[in-house]
Structure formats: structure tokens, C-alpha cells
Ligand binder design. Sequence first.
Ligand code: SF4
Length: 304
Amino acid sequence: MIEYPFTWAPGWSFSRMRTFRNCLRQYWYQYYAPRALSGHEKMKVQELRSLSTVNIEVGNAVHNTIAEVIKDLSLTGRFLDEKEVLDIAENKFRVLLANIPMFEDRYGRPISDERIDKAVRKVRTGISAFYSSRWPALLNDVPLSARGEWAIDPPGYGEFRFEGRKAYAKPDLVFKAMDGTWHVVDWKTGRPDRETDILQVQSYMYFTNVVYGIPLENMEGTVEYLAHPNEDAVTITGELVDGLELHNRIIEDMDAIEAMCEDVEGNVPVPVERFTKVETEMTCGRCNYREVCEPNVRQTKLDV
Ligand code: SF4
């Protein structure tokens, strides 16, 4: 078994693979450019890397608020009042949007007050959808003494070792319900993409099995579409998760990531030219690195 040092070596994660599959050049900008470039170019890439979007911040606001509510429940045994939570989340969200560098501003699409109000409504809808879902009752049933084992939006990047290689996974919530089922829950606020979302929650279930040792057959994975309350949640029981297939898929992904390295252990990439540009309106229209990459596509007005 290869044991790579944790500090270097490329790591696998579901979101990293999304970037990798979307466009290899984008993957290079995201993970290698800050080390490969210097001076003004490096500063520019770092600025672009830190850009957020309204939709990303909607997701963060909903995720962070729910995590705080559940953490509070695990410690104090009581649910924070929904109205108070909504008002605090809205205030924080408005302050944040006014103070962080935004993709929309950088790429000449200033965020209108109307757009902000729409995003605020989405944050409130997402949080309210959690309060009216089945999760508060399921969580509340668990005795206070057993709530210490809940994994609620674990801190950091969720690093772990997978067959001696570096990997990352961060399920939003893992807890054991009173009927003995371990729930692995992923909150979503973006547009449903059921095929990808189900794969993601399965990879979290597999992670929960590998890292916490919980048997797959005792698990149920759920994707909740909080900002789209009319969309049914995706639910999959552990018996339906093909552990071997997931294992092979992750290994294949890791091999693909490592194939883009000249020196895997030192995480030194192959020459940048091998990181092919995809150049489609869809990918480039949502890419932070358009300014430095200068793709050969016309400017689009995608909802980022
Ligand atoms: S602008 Fe387009 S081609 Fe360039 S890195 Fe981004 S997605 Fe890839």
C-alpha cells in the first residue's frame, strides 16, 4: 500500500472531480496555479480563486445556519426558534454579500437589490424547509446523552486516507436515529441534478463506512432539496450501495488525478499545456478564471 505524505500529494474529493471533469485547465488554476505562478499573475489567480457567487453564498448561509441549529440542539436539547434563526441568517447573509469579492461584480454583472432580495428569500425558504422536514423530529427523538456522536458539518476539509491515499469527504450530517438507522444527509440549495447528487451521497455513505466503520446495510442516504421544497428528496438505503463499484470508481478517479502529476508524492503537475481547456459557454461562463484563461467563447449571461 502506498502511503503518501498528507501535506502533499493530490487528494480525491467529489467536488474536486467535478472541477477535474468540467475542464482540466480550470483544475490547474484551482489547485496548481497559486504554486506555479509568481508576482502579479499569482496575485490575480488568488483573487479570482476567492470569488464567490450569490448562489454559493445562499448555499453557505443555509448550510451554516442548519449546522448551528443542530449543534445547538445536540448541546442544549432545545431547538432555536425558527423566526429568530431566519432573521439572524438574513442579516448575516446581507452583510456578507456586501463584503466579499463576488464573481458577478468582477465579470461586469453587478448584483441588483432585486437579485439580493430574491437570494434572501431563497435562504429563508431553505431554512424553513429544514424546520418543516422530518429531520427535526428524528433528531429530537435521540436522547441528549447520545447526541455527542452526531457528525454535523465536520470542521476542516474532511481529510481521510483511502487505501493510503489522500481523500476528502464532508457529509452535512451523520446521525443514528432511534430505530437504529444511521442517516447520512446532504442539504442542497442548487438546482437538482439527481444523477450526480445520488452518486455524491453514496460516496458520503461509503466514506462513513470506511472512516466510522458503520456497516452500509445500517445506513440510509438522503439528498434534501431545501431551496426547492416541491422536489422530492433522493433517498437510498445502504443495501443498494455497491461498495465495490464505488471503491473502483474512486480509485479510477485517483489514478486520473495522479496521471496529471509528474511527481505524485510532491504533487508536482505535468506541464500546464497538458491541462486541456474545455472552452464551452456553459463551463467558461461559470468559471472564475476566465479573466486569465481568455477562452475562445463568447461571453454568456449564465445564472451563476
Ligand atoms: S475559462 Fe473555460 S477553458 Fe478556461 S479554465 Fe475556465 S472553463 Fe476552462
